[in-house]
Design a protein around this ligand. Structure first.
Ligand SMILES: [Zn+2]
Length: 1049
């Protein structure tokens, strides 16, 4: 090892330059992390493959300014030098250098770090008078040359730079290393990676423009970090996350305080930030530091009805002044990718050289306009574009950013769906080749076979147990199966739940595992889905299909035949062969003793058939018997849970779409659900008992009583009393709150109940006390997710925990090598947030379809735009209604901006006249010169639905009252309940037509917008099966999804 000195010129945090001398040790052996290495480097960890055409070594400037381009997964064989990484740290700060560090850690990205300054032969000391930049470039070049020699000239090395001088200087040295500009590199090596070219153009544009910034201060300067820190410590400042109001994004934002102990009773847990000057360049989601304003400057929240407000939870006094503050500094920027729309060209925008500076409008109302420099302003008008914010100086009214890629023309289905995904940070690229290489093969030429070693290691249930699945019709991914049999001459019963053994195929830390963890769930949108696992697993080897051998994770209980007390539980890996793949209707028909054809038995002779049928029916009956008792036990043991109610509500919902899915609420649904709940509960017990501080469970906190106020008020309006003291009382009183005249009343009350519920969440057992484990909805002391590992990552984690728990049986110290409590808690947060994103995307895509459905209809002439609506909430200047036919919720204004109010004559005719509105707890009245009209909770009215088109944001439905009487269709007995299914169908058809037209048009001439279909992984949507799959999500009113409960099975 050689010792030298290294001189560093650092900038102190106050901007002073400091000269530091450090001892620097040089080694002969520094790992190269190349698969081509002949020198026997200690290359542990990520290694660059040897089968590439070249390795690429980016210069310092490239890593600092164009890291985003290097982040493309397509780019392979990237060598980051230590020199470049240090430069990023010094010039770009923590955010950027964390990104680089993550990139280096990411196994799915093909790049490594070379410690060039420690390598004896690649290190070059800085020469006297040599500028920092020149020296860094020389270091990187020297590293590139080192690689070329180290790999014995067997791999081409390309150094990329944005410095033309460096190209001139180094490319002429014949060292075997190519030195070219980034632009040349992309054009020559990645001619088809259009997205990278666009991004390059956009970033280099920003770099060129950077100097020409104004100096005048629009905003106050942020305080330096040490002042902020001291201020937070002393209690002078408050720290929290900025949350911009969706409905009044310009003026209203709140700061949610983190870990705030309620010392001063004046301050709740949030502080109002009024106006953009007070917001001081903080963007929605940033962690900010606030100063409270004097009480005299506190303000209240606005309470009038504003569009789309129906979803908000009410429950606080809205009129009283709130603690109000202003932002004095920003601790952490939480900028993400934003979708913006380029404005249509109206008059000249500011122009410099060839480029234009455009104020692009983000799709999300809460994000400020972003200034983009671009040469494509004309081509991109009316397009949706993904952008990133680069900076927001105090001298600038708006943040500056650059475009990343073009999604397509606003208003087109694909563009809008991609927008929804990006806005929810859902990244679902096609599964990579590297990932698919990890997958087992199952093809006609190479059929997958059971491994004899696995047979030996697993309990074999293929001969001993009658196993079957019950799913919706046409279900491809069967992740759960059941078995039941009588033992000990009828004294005991054995119930078995057998779940696809996904973790056998998905090894922890594999690329498939990482991708599944990143996604965390399968995403269901109104017309498509994005799977968490590749199809060979989700639809084939992990799908417990009938008649084939499959690996499973099983839970088997030995129950007392009379009391159903659990004598014994067995958990373990099994091998199964499902005998019957039943669907709900068929199973119910067998239970009801109806004539039914079981496809698996079709070929048997009648005697054998009868025997087998009797055996199957017997099993189904036993199962039903067990499920009924288990349910009853849960009811007694801890009060009737809401879940059962929600399942029934869900089934109500099913009834509503019978036009397409002819299914009645069947007991067998609940039977299957009950068995899954039981398995989840027992697995939760097992992993929690084995790993008290590091098990992944799911809890459902009790609701906050104040959220029930709307429910109580609304119920009271109809003479019902809702008791919210316990879940049992709540469920019982909801059961009683039925208006025989109007089934919608009960549905709406349940909808409000669901809305008042807290969210069920995953957590790590080490981070909560035992009394926090309770699942309110299911009334269980412990619960987790075990039964759907194909579509939920939480279940994969739980399968691994269960495997470890089984292995730990009889051992002393369980939990070694498992994720720690902290890691598990981090994982829970990630999965919870992805689940939220999935739900939001689901809801937005449903709304998108609703809007697309109504967009091309003339509301004045098309009868389908008229619908019955029921009032479920009263607001200051209008009401909130629910249109059950289309599952739409929204505001109906009774007073317009001109101060006119809507009134009705005796005949129901509607008129807008100047007048006033008066609000009461259970009704609202409008009064004009000649008339008074009253609207009560649960009244049915007729509304006209039209689309409020928004150029830059999502379109919205507009509901307008046209009669205070219920709507009666003029066409008698029109099958109105088909509405929502037709809706999806028709929108898909129109979109397909449109895309076909676009393609024809494209064939005739060049087109502007490129179809970005690459994200779509699902096959052509088969509406029937899709609707089945998303039954619990898409077809229900998105607000009403009993998220807490119905998805719990
Ligand atoms: Zn090597």
């Amino acid at each position: 090892m050689i010792k030298t000195e290294r001189i560093l010129h650092l900038k102190s945090c106050r901007g002073r330059k400091v000269r530091v001398v450090r001892e620097h040790y040089l080694r002969e052996r520094v790992p190269c992390y190349s698969g081509m290495c002949q020198a026997g480097c200690a290359n542990d960890g990520k290694v660059l493959p040897g089968d590439l055409t070249h390795y690429v070594v980016p210069d310092v400037g490239v890593v600092v300014d164009y890291l985003e381009i290097l982040e493309f997964r397509e780019m392979q064989g990237i060598i980051f030098t230590q020199t470049a990484c240090q430069a990023v740290q010094h010039s770009k700060g923590r955010r950027q250098s964390n990104r680089l560090r993550n990139l280096l850690k990411e196994p799915r990205h093909d790049c490594v770090l070379f410690a060039n300054e420690f390598q004896q032969y690649s290190f070059c000391p800085r020469e006297k008078g040599e500028s920092q930049e020149k020296w860094q470039t020389r270091c990187v070049y020297s590293a590139a040359v080192w690689y070329y020699n180290h790999l014995a000239g067997m791999m081409d090395i390309v150094m990329i730079t944005d410095d033309q001088e460096a190209v001139d200087q180094y490319s002429s040295l014949s060292s075997g290393v190519y030195v070219i500009t980034v632009r040349d590199y992309l054009q020559n090596f990645w001619p088809d990676l259009q997205a990278a070219h666009e991004l390059y153009a956009s970033v280099s544009q920003v770099l060129q423009e950077k100097e020409s910034e104004g100096k005048e201060g629009e905003y106050g300067e942020h305080l330096p970090p040490e002042v902020l820190e001291a201020g937070i410590k002393s209690g002078r400042y408050i720290q929290g996350t900025l949350n911009v109001s969706k409905h009044r994004a310009q003026t209203e934002a709140f700061v949610m305080m983190e870990g705030f102990s309620n010392k001063s009773s004046d301050i709740g847990c949030r502080v109002l930030v009024h106006g953009d000057k007070s917001r001081n360049r903080a963007v929605h989601g940033d962690v900010v530091v606030m100063e409270l304003l004097p009480k005299s400057e506190w303000r209240g929240k606005v309470t009038a009805l504003s569009e789309g407000q129906g979803a908000e939870k009410s429950g606080e006094d809205e009129s009283k002044p709130l603690p109000t503050g202003r932002v004095v500094g920003i601790l952490q920027r939480n900028w993400r990718d934003y979708v913006v729309t380029f404005p249509p060209r109206e008059g000249p925008q500011s122009q410099s050289r060839n480029s234009q500076r455009i104020l692009a409008v983000p799709w999300d109302y809460r994000i400020p306009k972003i200034r983009i420099s671009t040469q494509q302003a004309d081509a991109l008008q009316d397009h949706r574009v993904v952008v990133r914010i680069d900076s927001w100086e105090s001298s600038s009214l708006y943040p500056n950013g650059h475009s990343v890629r073009v999604l397509g023309r606003a208003g087109e289905l694909e563009t809008e769906v991609q927008t929804i995904l990006i806005e929810n940070s859902i990244h679902v690229p096609p599964f990579s080749d590297a990932q698919l290489r990890e997958m087992p093969v199952n093809s006609p030429e190479k059929p997958w076979k059971v491994d004899p070693a696995q047979v030996a290691a697993r309990r074999d249930l293929r001969e001993s147990h009658l196993i079957f699945s019950i799913d919706p019709k046409g279900c491809e991914d069967v992740d759960d199966t059941l078995s039941v049999r009588s033992l000990a001459g009828g004294k005991t019963l054995e119930l078995g739940v057998h779940i696809a053994d996904v973790t056998h195929f998905v090894k922890e830390g594999s690329i498939t595992d990482l991708e599944a963890r990143t996604r965390a769930t399968t995403y269901y949108l109104a017309d498509r889905r994005y799977d968490m696992l590749p199809a060979v697993l989700s639809g084939d080897l992990c799908s417990l299909l009938g008649g084939v051998d499959r690996y499973a994770m099983s839970v088997m209980w030995e129950l007392d035949a009379h009391t159903l007390a659990v004598n014994q539980v067995w958990y373990g890996r099994t091998i199964i062969r499902s005998s019957y793949q039943l669907h709900y209707e068929l199973a119910q028909a067998l239970l009801n003793g109806e004539q039914a054809e079981v496809p698996e038995l079709a070929r048997l002779g009648s005697e054998r058939k009868d025997d087998r049928l009797a055996e199957l029916t017997q099993a189904l009956e036993t199962l039903t018997h067990i499920a009924r008792q288990l349910r009853a036990q849960r009811d007694q043991g801890g009060a009737l849970e809401l879940e059962g109610v929600e399942v029934r509500a869900q089934l109500d919902e099913e009834k509503n779409i019978t036009a397409l899915v002819p299914r009645q609420p069947l007991e067998v649904h609940e039977t299957v659900a009950e068995c899954m709940i039981y398995a989840n509960h027992w697995v939760a017990r097992k992993i929690q008992e084995t790993f008290p501080h590091q098990a992944l469970l799911r809890h459902h906190p009790p609701p906050r009583q104040e959220f029930f106020s709307q429910l109580l008020e609304s119920a009271r309006a109809r003479g019902f009393t809702i008791d919210t003291i316990t879940n049992k009382a709540l469920a019982n009183s909801l059961d009683r709150a039925v208006d025989p005249e109007d089934p919608l009343v009960n549905r709406l009350l349940r909808m409000m109940t669901t809305q008042a519920m807290s969210e069920a969440l995953y957590f790590s057992t080490g981070s909560q006390s035992l009394d926090q484990f309770y699942h309110y909805g299911l009334a269980l002391d412990r619960y987790t997710h075990f039964t759907s590992p194909i579509r939920r990552y939480a279940d994969i984690v739980v399968h691994r925990l269960l495997t470890a728990a089984i292995a730990a049986e009889g051992e002393g110290a369980p939990g070694k090598g498992l994720a720690s409590n902290k890691e598990l808690e981090e994982m829970s947060r990630h999965i919870n947030s992805k689940n939220r994103a999935a739900k939001r995307a689901q809801k937005l895509s449903t709304e998108l379809f609703q809007c697309l459905f109504f967009k091309d209809r003339d509301p004045q002439t098309d009868l389908r735009c008229l619908a019955d609506a029921v009032i479920y909430s009263i607001r200051d200047d209008g009401v909130l209604v629910f249109v059950s036919e289309y599952g739409v919720k929204g505001p109906v204004y009774l007073k317009n901006r001109e101060g006119q109010v809507v009134t009705f004559g005796q005949d129901g005719s509607c008129e807008w006249q100047s007048g006033s509105v008066r609000r009461y707890p259970d009704h609202i009245s409008t009064t004009s010169a000649c008339n008074t009209s009253t609207f009560r909770l649960f009244n049915h009215i007729t509304v006209r639905i039209s689309v409020y088109s928004s150029h830059c944001h999502a379109d919205r439905l507009n509901l307008e009252v046209i009669s205070n009487k219920p709507y009666r269709s003029t066409e008698a007995q029109q099958p109105r309940s088909e509405g929502r299914c037709q809706l999806v169908q028709e929108v898909v058809r129109l979109a397909e037509e449109a895309s076909q037209q676009a393609q024809e048009k494209a064939a005739r001439g060049p087109k502007l917008s490129r179809e970005e279909r690459k994200f779509c992984q699902s096959k052509t949507p088969n509406l029937y099966s899709l609707l089945e799959e998303v039954r619990e999500l898409a077809l229900m009113d998105p607000e009403m999804i009993p998220q807490v409960c119905a998805t719990e099975e």
